[in-house]
Design a binder for this molecule. Structure first.
Ligand SMILES: Cc1cc2nc3c(=O)[nH]c(=O)nc-3n(C[C@H](O)[C@H](O)[C@H](O)COP(=O)(O)O)c2cc1C
Length: 209
């Protein structure tokens, strides 16, 4: 069992990363794990070189654009499980998450018949952390993200989306112009709910859903 875990938050030790590190602990129980802090690397999204669709390409489902994440993208295809996490920025995943999605999924899309060119199977679990609460997520984001991330299905595995809502955005709200948030509420959710989220992340890493 091989799991690749990608932290698509620019913060390497906050909500998204803490959840992913817990998932990594779970995944280590059942196999090999590779953990990547995406924003430590230099990369872009798909540059439309179309090398993955070139008739002369030796391997069809492969990203040929060269930068720091080329090997990581291609390693996804030899993994059993991809766990990728992102904070929500302006109701979207981060640009980094988007780059990974473009680079990993486009080579798997056949422009001959719109089916998958990928012969393997990778289950994809997506962790999303955000300020909005569970109700807001259901109303604003749930259906939208289910549609947007459905394209990971071209990797032939199951695609699951896990929202982690109402996160603590900073350690000390009094230091910032963030009066629109109740620190008391944020801290309460963090203390009561976040430990359960960490436990859930561990289980997801271990393959318990
Ligand atoms: C630029 C920016 C935009 C954000 N936009 C949203 C948003 O549209 N909806 C939301 O619920 N949270 C939003 N947030 C809050 C983050 O999604 C939330 O704090 C997240 O848990 C941060 O993840 P991290 O701790 O891993 O960095 C935004 C944060 C930043 C920095």
């Amino acid at each position: 069992m091989k799991t690749i875990i990608i932290n698509a938050s620019p913060r390497n030790n906050f909500n998204t990363a803490l959840l992913l590190k817990e998932a990594a602990k779970g995944a280590e129980e059942v196999g090999e794990v590779k953990y990547i802090d995406l924003y430590d690397l230099s990369f872009s999204g798909c540059v439309s070189c179309l090398s993955c669709k070139n008739k002369a390409a030796k391997v069809q489902c492969r990203c040929y654009h060269k930068d720091d994440i080329t090997d990581i993208i291609n390693e996804i295809y030899t993994s059993d499980h991809l766990i990728i996490g992102s904070p929500i920025y302006f109701s979207q995943v981060t640009a980094g998450f988007r780059a990974v999605m473009e680079r990993a999924v486009f080579p798997a899309l056949s422009y001959n018949d719109y089916k998958s060119t990928f012969g393997g199977k990778v289950d994809v679990d997506i962790f999303l952390t955000m300020n909005v609460g569970k109700e807001g997520y259901e109303k604003m984001y749930k259906d939208k993200f289910a549609g947007e991330f459905g394209s990971f299905g071209l990797l032939n595995g199951k695609v699951n989306i896990y929202p982690f809502c109402d996160t603590l955005q900073v350690e000390d709200y009094s230091k910032y112009n963030m009066a629109g948030f109740s620190e008391e509420h944020k801290r309460k959710v963090h203390e009561e709910e976040f430990p359960k989220c960490l436990e859930m992340a561990y289980g997801i890493g271990k393959g318990i859903k």
